[in-house]
Ligand binder design. Sequence first.
Ligand code: AMP
Length: 282
Amino acid sequence: MRTVRVIAEARAEIDRARSAGAGVGLVPTMGFLHAGHVSLMERAASEADFVVATIFVNPLQFGPAEDLAAYPRDLETDTARCEGAGVDLLLVPGVEEMYPGPMRTAVTVADITARFEGASRPGHFAGVATVVAKLFNIVGPCRAYFGEKDWQQLCVVRQMAADLSFAVEVVGCPTVREPDGLAMSSRNTYLGASDRAAAPVLHRALVAGAESIRSGERSARVVRDVMSEVLGSEPRAEVDYAEVVDAGTLALVDPLAGDLRLLVAARIGPARLIDNVGAVAD
Ligand code: AMP
């Protein structure tokens, strides 16, 4: 595995691999890698000949009161994890390398960004879509692997790639969880012992909501109430939203029908956590 900090060097390596006939896989991350990230890299390595991973804590996607400065970093461990997962090229650009001057261009995606993370984190998805568009342009035609853990982000990236005709196939990968159900996240490191013990309540709420749909519940309001009741049992959880929506459009559906996604966000102590699961109402 080669690690580079300069975009032009990454392009040259990727072009070389592609002209030798390699299919390229891309895994964009913000680092502090855990088993969820590794699962994306391993999937990419199993499907692509040349795997590019990127580590970039993207200032554009953080709000002014958010955790940009505190975001955890550990490049040495990350490098070993990438190498172990079958990554061929690790691009770790500095902020100056990605944004050498003021950005006057942004990519915005309408409608599916209006609610949930888009409502709670103004500007977040423009920051995500802009940096992902840059990475797609840097890497070129590829399959790009994103986690279902960030379901709305996955929808936004899919929409952007289709709308802007990127030669990129966006691949969604299942959420990797701790044994108690907590979705792995770099931000879990913010949790002290009591908050960590409380955090699996998000997944418990999602499972209860999905189970009610599986047992025949078709009222979105009732499913919401099921989730809220579980979340309400944990005094440390400050709920932002708990909702069930169409999995593709993120629109409300009531009565519930088709492919659905249950989405939850809550603050637990210093960490704002999000999680989701799928359900089908047929
Ligand atoms: P991040 O470093 O948080 O920006 O995440 C980089 C990529 O890893 C995104 O596509 C995330 O959705 C994905 N990811 C993060 N956590 C998990 C997880 N627990 N399981 C699977 N994918 C994940």
